[in-house]
Design a protein around this ligand. Structure first.
Ligand SMILES: [Zn+2]
Length: 397
């Protein structure tokens, strides 16, 4: 396979090399030929080095060196970098046969490294030792600044970690809600040692929560954007949920609160988006949503969208269905349609009308019912799929 790659690359380049020689002089051609010879002699490291030198020279025909760089990387098993080089080649190549060849190589590289890995939540990468360090509380409050955040915590290393994870979470939120636009504001983050300290200092601390956000005007008219978090759980351990779930969740509420201003965002959509911003999908929500809509615990979609509070007996189903419905809409609509849907909701439309407007379909009263059926079917399908997957894993292990 490896030597066939080299031979194919050599064959396809012959015609092009002659052209490059005619236009750009011998130097570029000679060097590409030298790189190709190295590839044929099973020396991909030298081939890559020589071809990479030509790539930067900006002489006529130099772009063809990208395909040698790509083939050399592929031979070394560096498939991701090879794929990148094939893409560079494709961006410059107009020859149909050479394009087909490069696209075929890209498919090979993709198969070699498989689907992109799911990003691992930050807390999963922390060793026991590191978690113990992050649970330590100093007498001094440290301040750490990043592009969008000023973090204050009683542990210097924790302040740094929260800063980097806040930037990661903000990028994810910008992708979901702001459609890739940058977030133009600065946010203060306070990390308090434990729940008692959090309750004493947080600006808006709900009784039960380990985190909250604040968006308000101060006395001088300046907008205060702030998130309050808790460092340790009730057992005195570093609270990993703070990093993976609470920080991105509260940040998403903050960004949404500013986006909606005085307009009403249905609580289910607000909580659904905040859960989507969390670092990891909580499968128990997917399973519960499927079980609820198929059974007698269901909160029907029209009622779900009107709820602005929940009771202790339906809080779990409320969150599960809110997450399921929001993911369903986010998957079914294009980013542009989702953005338009949010804009229509902000303008006062109920969700079904906002979706119809975003889809540019004439208003239809039966749409809400059809949307509800379609979401419920998908919620059931997804939970069945997840259950089947778990059973397969249990059988295999
Ligand atoms: Zn929330």
């Amino acid at each position: 396979m490896a030597s066939r790659t080299a031979i194919l690359a050599t064959g396809l380049l012959v015609g092009g090399l002659a052209l490059a020689a005619g236009i750009g002089g011998l130097t570029t051609t000679d060097r590409i030929q030298d790189a190709l010879s190295a590839l044929a002699e099973s020396d991909p490291v030298r081939a890559e080095a020589v071809a990479a030198g030509v790539v930067g020279s900006e002489r006529d025909g130099a772009w063809r060196a990208w395909i040698v760089v790509a083939a050399a990387r592929q031979r070394q098993g560096r498939h991701r970098q090879a794929l990148e080089a094939y893409r560079q080649f494709l961006a410059l190549c107009r020859d149909p046969a050479e394009r087909t060849y490069a696209m075929d190589r890209i498919r090979q590289c993709r198969m070699a490294f498989g689907p992109p890995p799911r990003p691992v939540p930050a807390s999963k990468l922390l060793s026991r030792q590191r978690r113990a360090e992050l649970a330590e509380v100093d007498s001094l409050q440290y301040t750490e600044s990043t592009e969008h955040f000023v973090i204050r915590a009683y542990n210097a290393s924790l302040a740094k970690l929260v800063g980097s994870q806040a930037e990661v979470a903000l990028r994810r939120i910008c992708r979901i809600i702001l459609f890739g636009q940058d977030y133009p504001h600065a946010v203060s983050i306070y990390v308090w040692a434990d729940v008692a300290e959090y309750r004493k200092h947080a600006v808006s601390a709900a009784e039960w929560s380990g985190g909250s956000f604040t968006l308000r005007q101060d006395a001088s008219g300046q907008t205060v954007r702030r998130i309050d978090l808790t460092q340790r759980d009730d057992d005195g351990n570093f609270d990993v949920a703070m990093l993976d779930r609470i920080l991105p969740h509260e940040m998403c509420h903050l960004v949404l609160a500013e986006l909606f201003g005085d307009a009403r965002c249905p609580l289910a959509l607000n909580e659904g988006l905040a859960m989507m911003a969390e670092a990891e999908v909580d499968n128990s929500r997917v399973l519960l949503a499927g079980a609820a809509v198929a059974g007698d615990r269901k909160i029907a979609m029209d009622r779900l969208l009107l709820m602005d509070r929940y009771k202790a007996e339906n809080v779990a189903v409320f969150y599960a269905e809110a997450f399921s419905l929001t993911c369903f809409l986010h998957r079914r609509l294009t980013p542009e349609q989702f953005r338009e849907m949010l804009a229509h909701i902000k303008g006062g439309c109920p969700l079904d009308e906002a979706v119809q407007r975003a889809l540019y379909v004439p208003y239809d009263e039966a749409f809400l019912e059809r949307l509800a059926r379609s979401w419920e079917n998908e919620a059931v399908r997804q939970s069945q799929f997840l259950k089947a997957l778990h059973e397969e894993e249990d059988t295999a292990s």
